[in-house]
Design a binder for this molecule. Structure first.
Ligand code: SAH
Length: 362
């Protein structure tokens, strides 16, 4: 009988990795297995994240032998930019293509007050919230960690921000807590000191409240800011607007938020999409204020971005104002979110990759 032995140290590895999918620990291990040193892994991360260089041959400070070995065997996938649409207000929406031809969108929002990248965590979404276009696509697949972090890499490079401070919001297509492991790994990649070295407080994870995953998030070493998409103050209405509420109800969600270890600096943001005649009454505001009382929280009121296929209307500016004031007068910190990029359908809930075939042929 033949014994299985490990091959000589520099033999080709059974599966050569995609560099984009490795966190720093895995990268270090893989580089060392191929005869490199841990600091070579840090050099590679610098090339990849700070300069978006994916070609090993161009990583000139690596030992030549290691460079050649990696260039011969490793790959590095990066989302390809198919199209960029620029809004009047400076917001830019990128249509990105992944190696399997799946398409996602990512958005660059300048000066809010800092630059913000809004990235996707899934192709489509399974949550089917009643007013969100992404939900209409259904879930096509989860993104990998490398694809989530890769969007930030592409945006940082394209807008020349890799060396400066910017925010990342996981508010693009998809539900980040429905793709938990890849999302957390992407956060580790983005915060790693050798790469973009983002402070976790510059990253915001927005969720409809997938409870078991939210409880897990509370224990993570890399802790992003938390935003919770609430949208309703009764179980009955939230069941309708946010179907996942039928499984993980409002009362339990609020209880989990109250338990969430938010220190005083980092309050939980509650997103509340305002739908005319549905959830925008003064009674709704009063219930919302009561529900959040004593919590270190703030409310982000988002007047609906209307779209064909969405059966709700945007309230008047006066009604939005009344709702905001009703919250504020009850002691709630409230912000009315200004919609950015509506002219290019890059605003909240408007990310949806349309079928090419439904477009007029040029
Ligand atoms: N699935 C996560 C991440 C997406 S964030 C979540 O729901 O939190 C996208 C934000 O935009 C959410 O708060 C969502 O409720 C909001 N949104 C969706 N559709 C919208 C629309 N048509 N107008 C305004 N906001 C919308």
């Amino acid at each position: 009988m033949r014994m299985l032995t490990s091959g000589p140290p520099n033999a080709p590895m059974p599966t050569d990795p995609d560099l984009a999918e490795l966190d720093q620990e895995q990268l270090t291990e893989a580089v060392v297995e191929r005869g490199g040193r841990p600091f070579n892994a840090r050099q590679i991360a610098r090339w990849l994240y700070r300069r978006n260089v994916t070609d090993f041959a161009a990583m000139t400070d690596l030992p030549a032998a290691l460079r050649d070995r990696l260039a011969a065997a490793w790959s590095c996938s990066t989302p390809a930019v198919l199209r960029t649409e620029q809004s009047e207000d400076g917001t830019a929406k990128l249509l990105l293509e992944l190696p399997d031809s799946a398409r996602i969108e990512a958005v660059y929002i300048p000066d809010t007050p800092r630059q913000t990248f809004c990235v996707s965590t899934q192709v489509g979404c399974a949550m089917q919230c009643g007013f969100c276009l992404t939900g209409l696509m259904g879930l096509q697949r989860h993104l990998t960690a490398g694809e989530i972090a890769g969007q930030v890499r592409v945006l940082a490079h394209r807008f020349e921000l890799a060396g400066s401070a910017f925010n990342v919001v996981l508010m693009g297509m998809g539900e980040p807590l429905h793709n938990y492991d890849a999302t957390m790994k992407a956060l580790r990649m983005l915060t790693d000191r050798s790469g973009l070295a983002m402070p976790a407080r510059r990253i915001t994870l927005s969720t409809v409240g997938v409870l078991p995953a939210l409880e897990r998030l509370a224990t993570e070493p890399v802790m992003p800011n938390l935003a919770v998409s609430l949208h309703a103050t009764t179980e009955e209405l939230r069941d309708r607007l946010v179907p996942v509420n039928r499984k993980y109800g409002l009362a339990d969600l609020i209880a989990a938020c109250r338990r969430f270890p938010a220190d005083r600096r980092r309050r939980i943001t509650f997103e509340y999409v305002l739908l005319a005649g549905v959830n925008d009454s003064i009674a709704d505001a009063a219930r919302l204020a009561r529900m959040l009382s004593g919590m270190h929280a703030k409310v982000n009121v988002i007047p609906l971005n209307e779209a064909p296929g969405i059966p709700y209307r945007r309230p008047s500016d006066a009604q939005v104002d009344r709702f905001g004031r009703a919250l504020a007068s009850r002691g709630v910190t409230v912000m009315v979110r200004k919609s950015r990029g509506r002219d290019i359908r890059a605003a909240c809930g408007q990310l949806m990759v349309e079928e090419e075939s439904s477009r007029p042929v040029a």
